[in-house]
Design a protein around this ligand. Sequence first.
Ligand SMILES: Nc1ncnc2c1ncn2[C@@H]1O[C@H](COP(=O)(O)OP(=O)(O)OP(=O)(O)O)[C@@H](O)[C@H]1O
Length: 345
Amino acid sequence: MPSSVMPTTTPGAGPQAPAAVSAAGLRKSYGDKTVLDGIDLRIPAGSVFALLGPNGAGKTTTVQILSTLISADGGQAQVAGHDLATAPQAVRGAIGVTGQFSAVDGLITGEENMLLMADLHLIPRREGKQIAAELLERFGLTEAAKKPASTYSGGMKRRLDIAMTLVGSPRVIFLDEPTTGLDPRSRHNMWQIIRELVTGGVTVFLTTQYLEEADELADRIAVLNDGRIAAEGTAEELKRLVPGGHVRLRFTDPGAYRDAAGALPGSTADDDSLTLQIPSDGSQRDLRSVLDRLDAAGVEADELTVHTPDLDDVFFALTGGAGVPAQSAQSAQSAPSDATKETVR
Ligand SMILES: Nc1ncnc2c1ncn2[C@@H]1O[C@H](COP(=O)(O)OP(=O)(O)OP(=O)(O)O)[C@@H](O)[C@H]1O
């Protein structure tokens, strides 16, 4: 998977920004099954936070607790400055939630769905109509506004769902798997919508099973596994936690391939494809040393590719028991900066 990084960091969204969501020691069990076993979170205001985890890891449970839909068995949390336990009503007034199961009523039109939300927020009719019209326009739904929502495509329904969430001007939005089931174009549209929300100062807490989505959107990512946060950091920090970085050299001339193999003793050779794989952290220094050794041997590779682990590697390593130790946020944050996957010919 190509690793592109486009963090949506906005001014004021750094770790020092006030927390839009903070949680300490959140616990939740169903019967004798422990779903959350002490979750700590701190999400700066105006940032995108992605919670990743395999099926059944507890992502939806976390969203349900933080959005006051269910209560935790232990721990504490503040959302938009309000305590979950003592001021749930204030939390509800400050958040929007778009779940895996849409709040859209298919029997009524898109516009009527919006007006219903405005009524729920006790917004006067005239103002409600104006807000509905603005949001429908913003989400490209003006033309379809008078049609029953059941006639909308999956992408349109999802956009209407988010538009409905925005009626109450929430400061924190929880998006539970916002692009599941969407085609690539609709998914990219949704990403654009999420970026625009953050530009407008909203904090987005999203759960996703798409690592590419977290990589594209999130300022910070946490991986939930076995009821705990197995790792937390930026996409780049997380990628540095797993081994597997290497330089791959491809040759067309078998003689050059053999000479290069002799010059690079630590490499893994593949005689069929005439490629050599050399463990590397992808740093400039490492790369230069490989090139110097090739120069000294008088050989030139036909293709050189630098591979750094992507989020897939991180996910499998952290959630599959592949031997990467669970990490503290501190150790991820202190890792040095590094390059991502790129090809040099
Ligand atoms: N109301 C409930 N009663 C009993 N068990 C529940 C309940 N809600 C969730 N669970 C269990 O808690 C665990 C976590 O569920 P949750 O929906 O939070 O996971 P998830 O990470 O969102 O998964 P997915 O990616 O599949 O949506 C699962 O094992 C689930 O079966």
